[in-house]
Design a protein around this ligand. Structure first.
Ligand SMILES: Cc1cc2nc3c(=O)[nH]c(=O)nc-3n(C[C@H](O)[C@H](O)[C@H](O)COP(=O)(O)OP(=O)(O)OC[C@H]3O[C@@H](n4cnc5c(N)ncnc54)[C@H](O)[C@@H]3O)c2cc1C
Ligand code: FES
Length: 272
């Protein structure tokens, strides 16, 4: 159940260019959150911006976690893009921050076996929730495709490195890291590795342009694909209908990214 609660900033450091890692002591949310869920953070006490901002939980450690020094801590990996994230970038150790969470549905973990193929495709800060999920994909092969405009936008690569049965692919639009081009181009060029008629599990999160391009590439038949969407949010908990996305199952219906999502089955999203 989502709570409104205070957390205490323990650390907030720049990891590269516009990217920061925020560590907050917040046991009530850390005990509940699962990969793909998010929190709404009040970035300022002076009401500028007025609305909270949504962020995926990148890491969480419950109060029973074996790493005692991390117990009750939440980590947010964020990019400074505007007024709210600029305020976050100035958070100092000891600051009391108001949060609502955990929110949204999160990823559904598939039943895994040694013959399972899991594929992660992420762009920019979309990798935060995918990295959290990757920690739980302990069995089977794991293929991770990470994209960004430049090498500074390649995030979470090292989070996967120790995983057995792993293959990582990197693409940057300016060619400063990995293959030059988009992560979608790269995925498309590697698709021959994956049998279209075998069941694979795909997990996707990234900017809208990346998702739309992927919609022309991902086979719908046997693959189970979950996508975590981003939308501008006002309330974050289902009250304002400001974050809807068009979906189609038996009929066309608008669903709230914050409440029914942010994770949706790929096949139900209408990509117009
Ligand atoms: C479920 C969810 C999870 C998210 N997880 C993360 C995360 O883990 N790390 C992270 O850095 N960001 C994440 N975001 C995006 C983050 O919420 C926005 O970057 C943030 O709200 C920007 O606030 P701001 O006040 O700094 O920017 P603003 O001043 O409000 O806007 C600055 C610029 O960013 C664009 N922008 C703002 N919000 C979004 C959005 N949601 N989608 C697309 N463009 C946007 C605006 O159009 C504008 O161009 C997530 C969003 C959602 C919905
Ligand atoms: S942000 Fe208000 S309903 Fe989703």
């Amino acid at each position: 159940m989502a709570l409104q609660t205070d957390g205490i900033v323990l650390n907030n450091r720049k990891i590269k260019s516009f990217y920061f890692l925020l560590e907050i002591d917040c046991p009530s949310i850390a005990n509940e959150v699962k990969p793909g869920q998010f929190v709404m953070i009040q970035t300022s006490k002076d009401h500028h911006p007025l609305l909270r901002r949504p962020f995926s939980v990148y890491r969480s450690y419950s109060t029973r976690h074996p790493r005692k020094e991390k117990r009750g801590h939440l980590f947010i990996l964020y990019k400074e893009v505007g007024v709210g994230t600029e305020k976050m970038a100035s958070f100092k150790k000891g600051l009391r921050v108001n949060l609502i969470g955990p929110l949204g549905n999160g990823f559904t973990l598939p039943t895994l076996s040694s013959s399972t193929t899991n594929i992660i495709i992420g762009g920019g800060v979309g990798m935060a929730s995918l990295s959290a999920l990757g920690e739980r994909l302990k069995k089977g092969k794991l293929y991770v495709f990470i994209g960004g405009k430049t090498e500074d936008d390649i995030l979470c690569e090292n989070d996967f490195r120790r995983r057995k049965g792993l293959k990582i692919f990197i693409a940057t639009e300016d060619g400063s890291r990995g293959k030059k081009g988009t992560v979608v181009d790269l995925f498309q060029s590697e698709m021959k590795r994956f049998n279209r008629n075998q069941p694979h599990h795909l997990f996707i999160c990234g900017p809208e342009g990346m998702l739309k391009a992927l919609s022309r590439v991902i086979p719908r038949e046997k693959w189970t694909t979950q996508v975590s969407l981003e939308a501008r949010m006002a309330c974050g908990f289902g009250a304002c209908w400001g974050c809807v996305v068009k979906t189609q199952n038996t009929h066309l219906v608008y669903q709230r990214v914050c409440k029914e999502g942010p994770v949706f089955s790929w096949s139900e999203i209408v990509w117009d």
